[in-house]
Design a protein around this ligand. Structure first.
Ligand code: CU
Length: 182
């Protein structure tokens, strides 16, 4: 990961990082670049040692803040990145960026209120309920540098509710927040 150039480092999320690493390796053989690849899912991320995610690929300043509050013993800030916008800003072709339409990256930054430091050893799950209330999906949050996160699909405009359950050894917390996609 460290050998990949600056463009990759501008990617905010691990998913994008994983994604861009693949065509960088196979670019010579496949002039179409990113055309044939699948969106990096978290199965791929899971295989990767999470330690590799701590190479500065994550930019805490990015995305839209959608929640700030408490989750059990932690202070939590939730941010959401529109991956299509992110990809457009990273300079990929419009065609490639279009593949990310509707995909968002949810990031939860958990801190210990006593020290102000990022919480360690946390993991969690989020249930995302869509605007029609009938559809919901559960995603697993993985450690990605200083946040835990997951890619979530927000396919249609409307209000989405996120029910997050966070755990670390001996601690537990939950937070519920919502986001209205325009
Ligand atoms: Cu991430």
């Amino acid at each position: 990961m460290r050998t990949i150039g600056g463009a990759v480092r501008t990617a905010v999320c691990g998913a994008v990082l994983m994604l861009m690493a693949v065509p960088a390796i196979s670019a010579a053989a496949e002039p179409g670049g990113m055309g044939g690849m699948q969106h990096g899912d978290h199965a791929g991320m899971k295989m990767d040692d999470s330690g590799k995610m701590k190479t500065g690929a994550h930019d805490m300043g990015k995305g839209e803040k959608i929640f700030s509050g408490k989750a059990g013993p932690w202070t939590v800030e939730a941010r959401l990145i529109d991956m299509k916008v992110q990809m457009e800003q990273s300079g990929v072709s419009a065609k490639t960026a279009a593949k990310f339409a509707g995909k968002h990256h949810l990031m939860l930054f958990l801190t210990d209120p006593a020290t102000g430091k990022p919480a360690t050893g946390v993991a969690g799950k989020v249930v995302v309920t869509g605007p029609d209330k009938a559809s919901s999906s559960k995603v697993t949050l993985f450690v990605m540098g200083e946040h835990i996160g997951a890619d979530v699909g927000l396919p249609t405009p409307g209000k989405y509710t996120f029910d997050a359950e966070i755990e670390s050894p001996g601690k537990k917390g939950s937070a519920t927040f919502s986001y209205t996609l325009k």
